[in-house]
Design a protein around this ligand. Sequence first.
Ligand code: PEP
Ligand code: MG
Length: 581
Amino acid sequence: MSKVTRDHSSQELAGVGLSPGIAFGTAYAVESPSAAFYPIGIARKEVPRQLRRLRAALKESKRQLQKAKRKFEAELPKDHSHIIDAHLLILEDHQLLGEIEEKIQKELQSPERAVREAAQNWISVYRSLEDPFFRERGSDVEEVVQRIISNLTELDPHVTDGLPEDLILVASEASLFLLVEYPLERIKGLVVKKGGTTSHGIIIARSYQIPVVSGIPNFKEIIRTGDTLIVDGTSGVVLVRPTGREMRSCRARIKKQEKRQLTLVGDQEPCVTSDGRRIFLYANVEIGSEVSVGMRLGGGGIGLFRSEYIYMKDKKEPVSEEEQFKIYKKLAEEVEDRPAIIRTLDFGDERHPYFSPILGETETALGLRGIRLSLKYPEIFRDQIRAILRASVYGNLKIVLPMISSVDEVLEARRLIQAAQEELLREGVAINSQIEVGVMVEVPAAIILMEALCAHADFFAVGTNDLIQYTLAAGRADDHIADLFNPLHPAVLKSLARVARVAAGEDSMALVCGEIASHPVYARLLIGMGFRHLSMSPYAIPEVKQRLRETSYLEACAMVEDVLRQSTLSEVESCVKLTEF
Ligand code: PEP
Ligand code: MG
């Protein structure tokens, strides 16, 4: 953490911006309801009464969730209610409820303890997963557990009386219920310990344009309830007890921001820089229901469809060709003539229980994941490719191969794709036999081999989340080295510039779909490097579009030239001027 004392009354805390924008307000430290005491064991004769308590708490939890769902449906695009549905499903899960009741009846555990213990196994499995999306599902279970326990202990976890009008919530996680249970119109910002960019809370915060900063160590010791804070989710900085000058500059930025937001929603016009360079923006999505949101917010297609999510529906078998076909067909029809890039399966062993018995303890980040897994299980890859090919006649679908580290992998994958094409044609099934097959650039080896890969890739998709992790040997989900995971590291920037240069030289399309594309400052750097295609969270599209329209391409190129001459992070940062854009 960089902790700089600015003057006698303000302190700057550097973290990671998870939702862009700037806000100021009064800090409010949120306590976890699970900190309450509860009994451990019960007497046998108490079992029926304790079961009744459990059922009443479950019923109350369900009522609260349904109320939250109604609120979400009224205030947010309908597509978000699936988030509450996920919590309702956990609450109604027969296996989980059975385990809880058994612990009460047979092991004479208190309902609170039984809920905590039964859910803990699920939470541990989810939390051990490398993919942030699935790790966040552990947070969903945790939220449901906290809700049941607080209803059991009749705790009111969030006392809303007397709350300030300009709340900056300071909490461990950017959970969904943090946003649902506090009056949303008062929440101006969030400072959280953790909350991956794919967490539900962060998705909602983005759609409400609530700035979020995470990853500041010891922030709970530094920030106290009642402190005035400025939360800058764009640069990932929190100012504690800001000076008058800092407040004035913050107010000016908020004014500018508000003006922009008025014109942001649903802008379908093209994104052209102030000096006339056309930039193409797309949406990254994990689930089908986000596709329409991405289009409504001005996306020119789907730049990354993370197909892993659909595999998690069934824990025993990979999802069938037929089921996948329906999903991809719907995707193709929804985007119409716009492109939709489907990334083939990208998870390692424990991300799907089906693979676990065979793969054992293989490393997730450096092990059998992405294309490696698909090549090891060609029958699973074949099902996915057949499903995509069958759906390809309904729209403009493309395929992208994840975690490519050699030309050989691309050749082998293309051979399997070719075989699936021939098979379908023999069966008389209509397909787009010209479907484009791209390569994800997220392993340094792919950058070294760029020239060679150009001959075998129809396009490139740069996954900066993994690229940064592998280039800097800094785990993307490891809080301890969050400061090392820096997109502005000169090695990362030089790598990205090389991808743009080589791809342009070979007339290959190169798209950036890592999180940095959602950040206007980095987006400007990317276009200055020559990238014209950026894919991001749907909610980031309007802001990035607007900012790039105000950007001069030539000035961005000049800045990149300057940046690429620097060899230290601080030199780069001073060229980029993080807060001024
Ligand atoms: C990336 O690595 O940047 C990327 C887009 O893929 P994911 O975040 O799903 O690994
Ligand atoms: Mg990746």
